[in-house]
Design a protein around this ligand. Sequence first.
Ligand code: FMN
Length: 168
Amino acid sequence: MELLELFKKRYSCRGFEKREVEQEKIDMIMEAAAVAPTAVNKQPQRILVLRGEELKKVDECTRFGFDAPLNFLICYDKEQSWHRRSDNADHGMIDSAIVHTHMLLMAESLGLGTTWVCAFDEPKARELFNVPDNYVIEGFMPTGYPAAEPSEMHFKRKPVNEIFFDKF
Ligand SMILES: Cc1cc2nc3c(=O)[nH]c(=O)nc-3n(C[C@H](O)[C@H](O)[C@H](O)COP(=O)(O)O)c2cc1C
């Protein structure tokens, strides 16, 4: 599939079939996360794969779990991420967003649906999933075989000429 076609086909999937995602597909999503570019190649991403009983905790910290049969908690280690020398800006969240994007596009190419979820109770998630103090939580990625259509937001995109300029 052409890359642009894949980008356009992907939408935030907020309903899933009950069926499990095959381990081979999970492996490919993991590999996509591992090959993502990161600042100074620090590779600070640390990701929990949530299955089975662990999934019950998701609903305790977000209303955006969508009963997915698989979820990922995407974090990064702020002691490993690159901090720019001039202003100490931590680039771990940028790294994590790239990793997350790799994962969701990989999932899409495998016929799986996902949603990027940042609306969650951070302290609750940290406690429930025993996230170490030096890890920053970027978000969840509920994943599974799609059983929901795109929301109307999916069809609202600004035209390219409202985003790109020759001069500000
Ligand atoms: C950083 C980020 C955070 C998001 N958080 C949530 C969320 O917590 N819950 C949710 O239902 N969708 C969330 N979304 C999905 C967006 O609402 C969605 O991508 C946008 O409306 C465009 O729709 P589409 O993905 O179907 O094309 C998030 C997306 C991004 C990129």
